[in-house]
Structures are given as structure tokens and as C-alpha cells.
Design a protein around this ligand. Structure first.
Ligand SMILES: [Cu+2]
Length: 236
């Protein structure tokens, strides 16, 4: 059955799925019913929600707690509520990573981190159609869009303003907008960050050999050692 391990929301898979759209500071209620034979931990970025209801009825206010992920077990329903108080495009997805990927090849060794420069040309002399992929992670796979059997769907072809999102399957976005009209749930498009709030690449100055380390990157770590959380390191 693992060969058919593909998952959807209402028979829709990202990117062929509508976003959840909210006006800034709307109270949003989402009901997730699990009709499958495996659990799905539902995760939303950007906001915190409360589980306000189950198959047994409403959860009393005194028994609710803040969450960003809630597991919806086989045959269960979970009702989530939150105030959409953070503008943006937020990922909303099942937290089992293979449930956000779609059809996967099995029995294939992972090539992440393997430097195979020069290898492909040599192999292609013997096998002309040979391809290597996965050196930089799963985006390589999504970009390739290889031929697939007719009874499946592409693996992770979702893309965003900065390139491949590396997601498919049980994934969508929560879009929170200040300028969305009341009861307007149409897709507002890609979120535009206010000036000065967007992450950007910086060119750090090359530090002097005797300069004080400014962070973890400035401190060489011998190969094969691990730095345990909680240990004092540097200026932090
Ligand atoms: Cu899942």
C-alpha cells in the first residue's frame, strides 16, 4: 500500500487548491475531518489557534489551549479557531512530510549533500538518458517534473514568488490581508511585504583574524563534534 501513499484535502492537492483567505482580525473557524486510515497532524504557520470543538461537541472555554499543530486521528474531527491577526501568506499543511509530497519513488538512495559534479557526463556515455537529482534537496525533484504513471499526480510542483516551494499534497496557504473586503474569500494573490520587513541577503564584511567572533558562524567547529543546546558558546 505504500506505493499508493498519496494524500489530499477534499481531493485537492497543492498547488491545485484554493487558499484559506481571511480579513485581518477576522475570527476564523476551520473544521478538519479525517476520513482516512492514518492520523494527520494539522499545522498552521503565523498564527496560534485553539481546538474549540471535537466530535463530542464544543470544548468549554476553560479547557482550550493554544496550539500550532493538532493531530486529527483516524475518523476524528477537530474544530480550530483563531484570530487572523498576522498579515501574510502562511503555510498550512499536514505535518507528516510525505503527506505534503505526493507520489514518491521508493528504493532510491538519497543524494542530498553528495557532490556529483562530473559524474553525470561519465554515466551518460553509457546511459544517455541518465539523470542525477536531489543534491540540494527536494526542489530538484519538483523542478524536474518527470514523466509519471497515469494514475498518480506530480510530486511537489508548488512554486512561490522565490521559486519552488517543495510542497504538494496536503498543503495550502492561509492568506491574511488588511485590505480584503468583508466576506470576500477570493484569492488576493501573493502577499507584498511592507518595505523594510522582508528578509534579504547581506554581504557581511570579512572579519579580521583576531577580531571578536560575532556569532556561531565566526567560530570554527572541528569536524565530528556536536554543540549541545544550553552550552555557552560565544557572545550569545
Ligand atoms: Cu497527513
Amino acid at each position: 500500500m505504500l506505493d499508493q501513499n498519496i494524500w489530499s484535502w477534499n481531493s485537492r492537492v497543492f498547488p491545485g487548491i484554493s487558499p484559506l483567505v481571511a480579513r485581518l482580525n477576522d475570527r476564523v473557524r476551520v473544521r478538519v475531518g479525517n476520513l482516512t486510515m492514518t492520523n494527520h497532524p494539522i499545522h498552521i504557520h503565523g498564527i496560534e489557534f485553539e481546538v474549540t470543538g471535537t466530535d463530542g461537541g464544543p470544548v468549554p472555554k476553560t479547557a482550550r489551549w493554544p496550539e500550532v499543530t493538532t493531530d486529527v486521528a483516524v475518523g476524528q474531527m477537530r474544530q480550530l479557531e483563531f484570530i487572523a491577526d498576522e498579515p501574510g501568506d502562511w503555510a498550512m499543511h499536514c505535518h507528516k512530510s510525505h503527506h505534503t509530497m505526493g507520489a514518491m519513488g521508493h528504493d532510491v538512495p538519497t543524494m542530498i549533500g553528495v557532490d556529483h559534479r562530473g559524474l553525470v557526463q561519465k554515466i551518460q556515455k553509457i546511459i544517455p538518458d541518465y539523470m542525477l537529482m536531489g543534491e540540494r534537496g527536494m526542489a530538484d525533484m519538483g523542478e524536474m517534473e518527470m514523466d509519471l504513471p497515469e494514475n498518480t499526480f506530480p510530486m511537489m510542483t508548488g512554486s512561490g514568488p522565490y521559486g519552488p516551494i517543495e510542497m504538494g499534497g496536503m498543503f495550502t496557504t492561509l492568506k491574511v490581508r488588511a485590505d480584503q473586503g468583508p466576506a470576500d474569500y477570493s484569492d488576493p494573490g501573493v502577499y507584498k511585504q511592507p518595505p523594510g520587513t522582508q528578509a534579504r541577503e547581506v554581504q557581511a564584511p570579512v572579519s579580521e583574524p583576531n577580531a571578536t567572533p560575532q556569532g556561531a558562524h565566526a567560530m570554527p567547529v572541528p569536524a565530528g563534534t556536536a554543540r549541545k543546546p544550553g552550552h555557552s558558546h560565544g557572545q550569545h
